[in-house]
Design a protein. Structure first.
Length: 282
């Protein structure tokens, strides 16, 4: 095979999944052929393992899976957590304080839902306002109601914020970024998904890729990675070849070294097939 990379890291939403949230037959066939030829395909997603399982049926992956934006790295689709990261107490307390402040009406925006992800389940503020279909495929357990004055004692992996449609999203991001930057934490937005995430500042898909590469005994320079969003930036930057989809947001497009067709045009497989045929010359 005229293909010089030793592993393929691939994001799901907006990248390997099309707008219908499925992996096309062409993408499946292409990636399974790479797996059959000994090239690991590593899924790297913000999703939970349960929802990864649902959408990756048909893909013959038996290598580690990066879930929850790098916070939970599974040994395989049915394997244990090789690495699980939680938000530290200082950041946790700062987030609780921010939530209380906003919910008391002391800002130009209002949070409709807050979601605390514990890796096994999730707590939600105002669960009655949540589109229940959106998260029911993510966890085995039902949503637990969040009382911000009495937050859960469990360790938390990440926080998700959904503002009301008339809330000033930019003001939220600017003001809160100023506040959280000294703590090392950074907000992350999603391509085509209205939630804003705040997680452990030390963990992202790039750090997870390093971990998985060490485990597989390969160098990150020998990796080709595909992504479309802000949560893919570190992975695209660290990979030997970071590829952004045509539908990617500006964060991903800026950092990637190459561009593929969109997720609705089988961008991943078209790009990989092209590399194979051209012996890596684009
Ligand atoms: C989630 C959501 C998705 C979102 C995603 C990012 O948990 O439910 O709708 O787009 O995270 O996933 P990605 O595969 O793009 O990292």
């Amino acid at each position: 095979m005229g293909f010089n990379y030793k592993a393929i890291f691939v994001d799901l939403d907006g990248t390997l999944l099309n707008s219908q949230k499925v992996i096309s037959q062409r993408n499946l066939k292409c990636l399974n052929e790479f797996i059959d030829n000994g090239i690991p395909v590593v899924i790297a997603t913000g999703r939970t393992l349960k929802s990864v399982k649902k959408v990756t049926q048909g893909l013959k992956i038996d290598t580690p899976i990066i879930t929850l934006n790098g916070n939970d790295i599974r040994k395989s689709i049915d394997g244990y957590s090789m690495m699980l990261s939680y938000v530290d107490n200082q950041l946790k307390e700062a987030i609780f304080a921010m939530c209380k402040n906003i919910l008391n009406g002391n800002s130009d925006y209002y949070i409709q839902n807050i979601l605390f992800d514990t890796a096994n389940g999730f707590y939600c503020l105002h669960p009655n306002l949540l589109d229940s279909n959106e998260f029911s495929t993510h966890y085995d357990s039902d949503v637990k109601e969040l009382d911000i004055d009495n937050p859960p004692a469990e360790s938390i992996v990440s926080f998700l914020f959904l503002l009301t449609p008339d809330s000033n999203r930019e003001a939220f991001l600017t003001e809160q970024t100023k506040f959280f930057k000294p703590l090392g934490a950074k907000f992350c937005t999603f391509n085509g998904w209205p939630w804003i995430e705040l997680g452990s500042p030390k963990v992202n898909k790039g750090t997870a890729m390093q971990y998985v590469c060490d485990y597989l005994g390969i160098n990150m320079k020998d990796v080709i990675a595909f992504g479309d969003g802000e949560n893919d930036v570190e992975m695209l930057a660290e990979a030997g070849l970071g590829v952004a989809m045509a539908n990617a947001d500006l964060h991903a497009l800026k950092i990637a070294k190459a561009k593929a067709l969109s997720n609705d045009e089988d961008g991943v497989s078209v790009f990989l097939e092209h590399l194979k045929q051209a012996g890596n010359i684009q």
